[in-house]
Design a protein around this ligand. Structure first.
Ligand code: HEM
Length: 184
């Protein structure tokens, strides 16, 4: 994946725990890169090993790390680095979700080797179904964190994200999230 994702891990770790901890994570991961470059492609294993080592270090699980990274990606990376692209995604939470399938189309311009996820969005009346298709394994909770980040971005406090199934625990070739709203 492009280095921007590992840069995001670096930023999240230094923000929450300081540069010392990042150096420690790099060391424990046995990684030969300290500063990832935004537009350079790295083997996906860097991202997985960094997330795993961080989970071990913080005595939590990798799902929790990926969820935090997803939220960080939306609020602290995408909105800050690419405000215009994020604004073009829509003016409301609903609109943004329905525009997700074409979101990465514009990103190919600056990241030509992108292997982007694909999304299919369905309106079920009182819920919205978000199908997440990826060529990669194990990023379900990154996507979940991104959906939580989008909820935060629009202050959609009453929205909930429920993971219905994943491609590893179903016969489907994708993960499915249901967005519902707390009734009050
Ligand atoms: C301006 C904002 C964004 C930029 C610049 C961006 C760019 C990228 C890049 C460079 C990657 C790495 C893929 C690769 O190197 O092959 C990626 C992956 C990913 N992006 Fe985006 N993205 C943005 C917003 C979003 C949004 C709003 C979502 C919505 C949920 C999203 C979902 C994902 C997911 C789930 C992946 C993981 C890759 C996979 O599933 O295979 N991104 N994105």
């Amino acid at each position: 994946m492009y280095g921007i994702i590992n840069q995001a891990i670096h930023q999240m770790v230094t923000r929450d725990h300081g540069e010392e901890v990042w150096l420690n994570i790099i060391h424990k991961s046995g990684i030969d890169v300290y500063e990832f470059r935004n537009h350079e492609s790295y083997d996906d294993k860097y991202t997985y090993v960094l997330a795993e080592t961080l989970a071990e270090h913080l005595k939590t699980n990798i799902s929790e790390i990926l969820r935090s990274l997803g939220e960080f990606w939306i609020i602290d990376v995408s909105l800050k680095k690419y405000p215009a692209m994020m604004a073009a995604g829509g003016n409301s939470f609903r609109e943004f979700l329905f525009n997700l399938p074409k979101f990465h189309n514009r990103i190919y311009l600056s990241y030509p080797d992108l292997v982007a996820p694909e999304f299919k969005i369905y309106d079920n009346g009182d819920s919205i179904a978000v199908e997440y298709h990826s060529e990669r394994e194990g990023l379900t909770h990154l996507m979940e964190g991104m959906l939580l980040g989008i909820i935060k971005m629009f202050d959609e406090h009453h929205a909930l994200v429920k993971l219905e199934y994943t491609k590893s625990n179903s016969t489907f070739d994708h993960d499915l999230f249901l967005i519902t709203w707390i009734k009050h």
